[in-house]
Design a protein around this ligand. Structure first.
Ligand code: PLP
Length: 395
């Protein structure tokens, strides 16, 4: 047992089955442990460090902001918060206002509150039910666990859960809707459930049906948002107009931030919702810097080049190892390889780590890739060389 493992096990609650590597620093998509061994990071902290590790431009902005003001509370107006809200509106192309939270789950909680407020004020009989999709993931609070469409997450020891949630296959949502249904909440590419992108026509059909029936569409873009799929939000790619979009992971480049964007701009009145930390100077100034970097990456064509290159390399790995990989799936830089069985997947992730490349699990049979959007060609090359080595080792 190394020193860090001892410390962690003694003092931190045991909620994560951890790998006890001791990382010391990172440069873009490369991490270094305390013995200076390097790892190509295809995980970006589960889609969080969108502009890479140790980003100097972001670090400088954090330093400057922290040296002046970190936090004043939401009792007072906060300039970078207002500017970031303006920015996400412009980048999304939707006519929205934004509330800033601190995480994905918390953003989804806010989205659920908006839906319930809508259900209260808009209809004679209150509508409060929210339908989600099977295999979805919406967070770890009591309510978002209940919204998550995987029974395994809804452990009885945490019961009782709030009423008004059910999950269904996308084709069965239509039948599940009743006169108390206020919203349907979906991911466009299910991230934790196994990298499952929905077909565009299916999503458009659902979106159209919901609009016609005055039922809100909430799109959880906590993982797909902030250019992960190649567009600012995946909703742009699917050409739909959600009532509510939630963002989190990639928005702060690693500082904790969540956002709820809604076209129902006046749904909340003063006092309806709030957060002590949400949208403070530190995180929103950082978010502005992250978006500066990512917007430039997108507009220069570099992001699209990286996506094409990453897909090409991943296709090569897939084609060379059809005996263990069943399919290559994903959108943008949110990608997966279906692995023939769960044991092979677990073995591969571990062996890959030993070979110096970090990859993730998703669902029960998918090898997941969420690299930094700024990942370089040489990091991609090196990562796939190491991954091929790992594959050969486990065969
Ligand atoms: C990660 C994730 C969440 C939860 O975000 P936290 O910041 O961990 O609360 C919610 N929804 C989706 C789609 C996610 O990928």
């Amino acid at each position: 047992m190394n020193e860090l493992e001892q410390l962690d096990k003694e003092y931190v609650l045991h909620t994560y089955a951890r790998n006890y590597v001791h990382f010391k620093k990172g440069i873009n998509a490369t991490l270094f442990d305390k013995d200076d061994k390097d790892y190509i990071d295809f995980t970006s902290g589960i889609g969080v460090t969108s502009v890479g590790h140790g980003n100097k431009q972001v670090a400088q902005r954090i330093f400057e902001q922290a040296s002046n003001l970190i936090h004043t509370s939401n009792i007072y107006a906060i300039e970078p918060q207002a500017l970031l809200a303006k920015r996400v509106k412009e980048l999304s192309g939707y006519d929205v206002r934004t509330f800033f939270a601190n995480s994905g789950a918390e953003a989804n909680e806010g989205a659920i509150k908006i839906a319930r407020a809508y259900g209260e004020t808009k209809f004679e009989n209150k509508r409060y039910k929210i339908i989600t999709l099977e295999n979805s993931f919406h967070g770890r609070t009591i309510t978002t666990v209940k919204a998550t469409g995987q029974s395994a997450f809804q452990q009885s020891k945490f019961a009782p859960y709030p009423d008004g949630f059910s999950f269904n296959a996308i084709d069965d949502v239509y039948n599940a809707i009743d006169d108390e249904t206020v919203a349907v909440m979906i991911e466009l590419v299910q991230g934790e459930g196994g990298i499952l992108p929905f077909p565009k026509d299916k999503i458009q059909e659902l979106a159209k049906f919901l609009k016609e029936n005055d039922i809100l569409l909430i799109v959880d873009e906590v993982q797909t948002g902030v250019y992960r799929t190649g567009e600012f939000v995946a909703s742009n790619l699917y050409e739909i107009e959600p009532d509510i979009i939630t963002l989190a992971k990639g928005l702060g480049g690693g500082v904790p931030i969540g956002a709820i964007l809604t076209t129902h701009k006046d749904i909340f009145t003063y006092g309806d919702h709030g957060s002590t930390f949400g949208g403070n100077y530190l995180v929103t100034a950082t978010g502005l810097e992250v978006l500066d970097i990512l917007e430039e990456l997108k507009d220069s064509g570099k992001l699209d080049e990286t996506i094409i290159y990453f897909i090409k390399k991943l296709d090569e790995l897939y084609e060379q190892n059809r005996d263990i990989f069943l399919a290559h799936v994903g959108l943008g830089l949110m990608r997966g390889l279906r692995v023939k069985d769960a044991d092979t997947l677990a073995n591969l992730i571990k062996t890959a780590f030993d070979c110096g490349v970090m990859v993730l699990k998703s669902g029960n049979n998918t090898l997941r890739f969420l690299p930094a959007l700024t990942i370089s060609k040489s990091e991609i090359d090196e990562g796939f060389i190491r991954l091929q080595k790992a594959v050969e080792k486990i065969k």
